[in-house]
Design a protein around this ligand. Structure first.
Ligand code: GLV
Length: 324
């Protein structure tokens, strides 16, 4: 008998075909919205699941799913997983690292550029038919090349952004991370470690790329924003909960910082109306890894994790250790 797999959200048809060739698949191609009850009910019939970052796997869900053995997240972040609870329930957790690094870094840089150069705001102005003549200060924004880029969180994606900033745009790169990179990597990236407060004080553009866990909830709040230059911008491509959105809205409204680019939100997919009311923000719907090629690689890696686990007892990119 084939193992039964739940595919939580719509997926590329090729990947669905691949999964169907290995598993008895319960798929959600119509994209029905899961309630907490229907989610537990669907998952409780399955031995494995291909999940997205929006699908919670926690102790409550696990208690309803005694046959579950693996959840393969189609995301590098895995804050939707309670990994210790999964380990205790002997459920393997996997994610999709590496395949999205460069694409996500491209997007982080694009968001930085769009924010600094006021692209969304100026496009709205043009579409509204308000462009009547050239002006010396029309949507004059902040310089990117040659400025100071501050990166909070210096994992794979942070390093890929640092490379773009230092090598492509001649930026001075400073970063803060719990652990310092080896000197040789710092040299290659032309990046300098600084304390967290110095990062906020010195950077012209701050980019957040640290993984979310409750310990980094509201890492950027009123006091960090108060350290920033009034001309500085903030970009968040990590997770919404890293920024205290109410404090950010106040800082943007009062122009205590110049602008923000946000791909992630505290209550996503709901977006705080206070953000929607601001001109000095660029807002995108959590799409930093969204190119067709990269999303295909992520889906394939998540599917391969399921296939390898059920055929060989080992996944490609495990997050925990679970005895078979
Ligand atoms: C996207 O946010 C991811 O974690 O892959």
């Amino acid at each position: 008998m084939k193992p039964r797999i739940l595919v939580a959200r719509p997926i590329f048809p090729e990947i669905l075909d691949l999964l169907v060739s290995h598993f008895d698949v319960l798929s959600n191609q119509p994209d029905s919205v899961w309630t907490p009850e229907s989610w537990k009910q669907g998952l409780s019939q399955c031995h494995g699941a291909l999940t997205t970052g929006a699908d919670p796997i926690n102790a409550d869900v696990l208690a309803a799913c005694p046959n579950l053995r693996i959840c393969a997240n189609m995301a590098v972040g895995f804050n939707n997983f309670d990994v210790p609870a999964m380990t205790a329930a002997r459920v393997l957790a996997t994610n999709t690292p590496d395949v999205l690094t460069e694409t996500t870094a491209d997007f982080g840089f694009a968001l930085l550029m769009a924010t600094a150069r006021r692209m969304a705001e100026s496009e709205h102005f043009l579409r509204a038919g308000r462009w009547t003549q050239w002006r010396y200060d029309l949507f004059a924004g902040a310089e990117v090349h040659g400025s100071t880029l501050g990166i909070l969180g210096m994992g794979r994606i942070g390093q890929a952004i640092a490379r773009r900033g230092a090598h492509g745009f001649g930026m001075k790169v400073i970063y803060h991370n719990r652990s310092r990179l080896p000197q040789v990597t710092e040299g290659e990236l032309r990046a300098t470690w600084v304390g967290k407060e110095d990062l906020f004080r010195q950077a012209d553009h701050v980019v957040l790329v640290l993984p979310y866990s409750p310990s980094v909830h509201h890492t950027v709040g009123a006091s960090e924003l108060a350290l920033m230059k009034p001309s500085a911008t903030l970009v968040n491509i990590a997770r919404g909960g890293i920024v205290d959105e109410a404090a950010l809205i106040a800082a943007l409204r009062e122009r205590r910082i110049s602008a923000a680019g946000l791909d992630v939100f505290e209550g996503e997919p709901q977006v705080n109306p206070g953000l929607l009311a601001l001109d000095n923000v660029v807002l995108t719907p959590h799409i930093a890894s969204a190119t067709i090629a990269t999303r295909m690689k992520m889906a394939k890696l998540a599917a391969d994790n399921l296939i390898e686990f059920f055929s060989r007892g080992q996944a490609m990119t495990p997050l925990n250790e679970v005895s078979a």
